[in-house]
Design a protein around this ligand. Structure first.
Ligand code: G4P
Length: 527
């Protein structure tokens, strides 16, 4: 029987951050392949296929089903239980993507070598920075003609303000890509585009002499490689693990997910470096995972697919102690006891009832309306985990009720959908109109469809020309009041009556920030 400490030591919970099409799905599949969860590949591909046809309502249902299944992908590798949390990035990009990152202990950042650092990576990186989440970088698609590796390193350092520490280095790119050099092992891994098997160790050559290199790579690539090794060793000092754990430096690997090249090295590097479940902050004190009593928080809610049963699955991240099925736990916000008789674990794609779960694990709890995003469950202590925020939406629409007799249903539906984190609801101060704010446009289709299907309410949307919502606060109530009165058409209130400034453009927002030094503009707000 493992002790609690041993369970903690053998767990890693992480997410992948990337811009659409950088290769996250492909990398996920290859990682799962190493974990022996091969049959999961089908589900991930299905998810990808569905995202191209999301305007079809049947597809929305299908996608929702698949996305429950792929929300958490657990697998074992070398006695380590790895929990990979999905961070949807295409049209299905939503606040859930951001919030999922509050439940991980580290991330892998995938960058397309032909594109460099792209916008969504930048945004997700900012979320990681809020909690100092350690990041390992994988530069993907080295088999394609890409940017020069030095240029990519500079881009990461400049755009993401993250020091890099190359663990591997590409030999040639595109059609001339020959493999990678490993700085730790002083070995080279040769690239064979036709090789598909799991284990690429056969083409690993340790400590090759110059003659050996020439015979394998040719004279000019050998010279280039030796020059690169010298340069990189001089420019980038060896990794200080503390800097990685404090999220100021990112260890970096090169490879090609599609060719399963460099993925094993990435996984091994990840296991050697990445943190075990971390201490978590609450409003009153920090909670260590090794504390004997159980605690955890809800970071995501998924509505049931069957509209007749309005139960939902709440995703709980376990922060300390041992979770036991059927035991009564304390719901801090509601101050009441709750029992979960069928908690679900997500292992190798198969959902199964779980009897015990440990820090770092994610379990699904069936809920009939008691749980909300941000809720804390404990064994009795009144603590509340912090750092599960609302994020600033970027696309806004007025929502218009098409059937005045159904306004009660519409409001109820909106309340539920907002609790699930599908969207945020604001009320404009000047005319009391209701505004829906989201971070990914698909959410509007989801809202319209679900209001009709689950609440029998019809609505339409009217586009609004805002691109950012930021919470406004001030130490001086008079200053805040003056600012609100000055901008009636740009001020709305969130569901907790907090004032929010809606900006048309980043430029306009920057101007307001500059002109109003006494107002604090916040891009996220605690739930
Ligand atoms: P995503 O989840 O980050 O959006 O990316 P995904 O894995 O779906 O990959 C996007 C495209 O990039 C896919 O091609 C995939 O095959 C390709 N890709 C991923 N890794 C590599 C790599 O290492 N090298 C090369 N050359 N391509 C890579 P697609 O044509 O859009 O889809 P598919 O038809 O191949 O599935």
């Amino acid at each position: 029987m493992k002790t609690l400490e041993e369970h903690i030591e053998s767990r890693r919970t992480f997410g992948i951050i990337s811009h659409p099409d950088a290769g996250k799905t492909t990398l996920t599949e290859k990682l799962l392949l190493f974990g022996g969860a091969i049959h999961i590949a089908g589900a991930i591909k299905a998810k990808k296929a569905s995202r191209h046809t999301t305007s079809d309502f049947m597809e929305i249902e299908k996608q929702r089903g698949i996305s429950v299944a792929t929300s958490v992908m657990g697998f074992n590798y070398k006695d380590i239980k790895i929990n990979l949390l999905d961070t949807p990035g295409h049209k299905d990009f939503s606040e859930d993507t951001y919030r999922t990152l509050t439940a991980v202990d580290s991330s892998i950042m995938v960058i397309d070598s032909t594109k460099g650092v792209e916008t969504q990576t930048y945004k997700l990186m900012e979320v990681c920075r809020m909690r100092n989440t350690p990041i390992i970088t994988f530069i993907n698609k080295c088999d394609r003609e890409g940017k020069s590796p030095i240029e990519l390193l500079d881009e990461i350092e400049e755009k993401l303000q993250l020091q890099v520490c190359p663990f591997s280095w590409p030999i040639g790119t595109g059609s001339q890509f020959k493999g990678v050099y490993n700085f730790q092992e002083k070995s080279i891994l040769l690239f064979n585009p036709h090789k598909t098997e799991k284990d690429s160790s056969a083409s690993l050559i340790k400590n090759p002499s110059k003659e050996k290199l020439i015979s394998l790579l040719g004279e000019s690539d050998t010279e280039q490689l030796l020059e690169d090794i010298e340069l990189i060793t001089e420019m980038y000092p060896p990794l200080n693990k503390e800097d990685y754990l404090n999220a100021t430096t990112t260890p970096l690997f090169f490879g090609s997910a599609l060719n399963n090249f460099g993925v094993k090295e990435l996984l091994e590097g990840f296991l050697a470096l990445s943190p075990t479940p971390k201490e978590r902050e609450t409003k009153s004190r920090n909670i260590k995972p090794s504390e004997k009593t159980f605690s955890g928080f809800i970071f995501k809610i998924h509505a049931n697919m069957d509209p007749k049963h309005r139960d939902r699955i709440a995703f709980l991240r376990i922060c300390s102690g041992t979770f036991e099925r059927g035991k009564k736990y304390h719901h801090v916000r509601l101050n009441k006891g709750l029992k979960f008789s069928n908690p679900t674990a997500f292992m190798a794609q198969e959902k199964s009832i779980v009897d015990t779960a440990y820090p770092g694990d994610i379990i699904g709890l069936h809920d009939t309306g008691n749980l909300r995003i941000g809720d804390t469950l404990t064994e009795g202590e009144c603590i509340s985990f912090i750092g599960i925020p609302h994020f600033s939406p970027e696309i806004f629409n007025f929502i218009i009720n098409l059937d005045p007799l159904k306004s009660k249903q519409l409001n109820k539906g909106l309340e539920h959908l907002c609790e699930e984190g599908v969207a945020q609801l604001f009320t404009r101060s000047s005319d009391s109109k209701k505004i829906i704010g989201v971070v990914g446009s698909l959410q509007f289709e989801v809202i319209e469809y679900r209001l009709k299907n689950e609440y029998n309410a019809s609505c339409r949307f009217e586009n609004l020309n805002f691109s950012k919502a930021v919470w406004v606060q001030s130490k001086s109530p008079t200053d805040l009041d003056t600012f609100i009165k000055k901008n009636p058409n740009n001020i709305a209130y969130d569901q907790k009556e907090n004032p929010v400034y809606l900006a048309e453009t980043q430029w306009g927002l920057d101007r307001e920030i500059k002109e109003n030094p006494d107002i604090n503009f916040k891009f996220s707000n605690h739930i």
